[in-house]
Write a protein of this length. Structure first.
Length: 255
């Protein structure tokens, strides 16, 4: 009898606990946990917030019990047909939305907050597209387009020129590229080395990383930050698109 009474009270307390939290509060709690307990990067937390707010926009005022596998499938179809910034989301970006959602649902489960979801949200299978290898004429077109682009500071332009020249000459992968240090300049051609030496003279720092972030956010940070793999990929993609070569990506440079 006592055990039955205890189970009933525990169940009622749990229901009250679930009802006490709104979806917005649960998302905020998860983001704080992700940032301060899990020690994730601020960029990751910002992306997760964006993805979960879109989920919240779709989810509306439904209860957690109404969050079901069928609702997740509807959300997937909704993302496929939505446009953000005038563009539809790629399969990879939709997967990022569902990775954030997976982690949020796991967080709820760890805190004994039940939903109607029974299966783990599935990710879209990525269909690989044959990689387009860059040719010398394509690279010269990208380099020419880059040199006509004068909006950035001299320091930033030198960094980007060094990045393009080094990547084309070394034919390495981007994760290898961003791990390069000052010492790697000794292994390149004279033309690339000349650009690199000019870039390093203007930096006025003692950081060993060959490429640094020179964005607006960096000027507000006290600690100098190395250029990330993602930022390097975006730079290469930007100049390729400006040159009218959207098929060229960072992977096009590697052997």
């Amino acid at each position: 009898m006592f055990l039955l009474f205890y189970l009933i009270i525990s169940y009622l307390c749990h229901k009250i606990k679930v009802m006490a939290y709104t979806t917005n509060q649960l998302i905020n709690s998860f983001l704080e946990h992700w940032q301060y307990i899990r020690k994730r990067k601020p960029e990751t937390v910002r992306n997760y917030e964006l993805y979960l707010r879109r989920w919240q926009q779709f989810y509306g005022a439904l209860s957690l019990a109404q969050l079901t596998d069928t609702k997740l499938e509807s959300y997937h179809r909704w993302l496929q047909h939505q446009t953000f910034g005038g563009k539809k989301l790629s399969a990879n970006t939709i997967n990022y939305h569902f990775i954030a959602l997976r982690n949020w649902l796991r967080y709820l489960q760890l805190h004994q907050i039940k939903t109607g979801v029974r299966a783990r949200p599935k990710l879209t299978k990525h269909i690989s597209v044959p990689r387009s290898k860059i040719t010398s004429s394509q690279f010269n077109k990208i380099l020419q387009t880059f040199r006509l682009y004068k909006k950035d500071s001299l320091l930033t332009r030198l960094r980007d020129e060094l990045l393009l020249l080094y990547l084309y000459e070394a034919r390495c992968k981007v994760h290898e590229l961003v791990s390069m240090t000052r010492q790697n300049l000794t292994t390149v051609s004279t033309a690339v080395k000349r650009v690199g030496q000019h870039y390093l003279r203007l930096r006025h720092d003692e950081v060993e990383a060959l490429w640094l972030a020179h964005d607006r956010a960096q000027t507000q940070r006290k600690k100098v930050k190395a250029l990330s793999q993602r930022s390097a990929q975006r730079l290469i993609r930007k100049y390729a698109i400006m040159a009218g070569l959207p098929e060229i990506t960072a992977d096009s440079f590697s052997r």
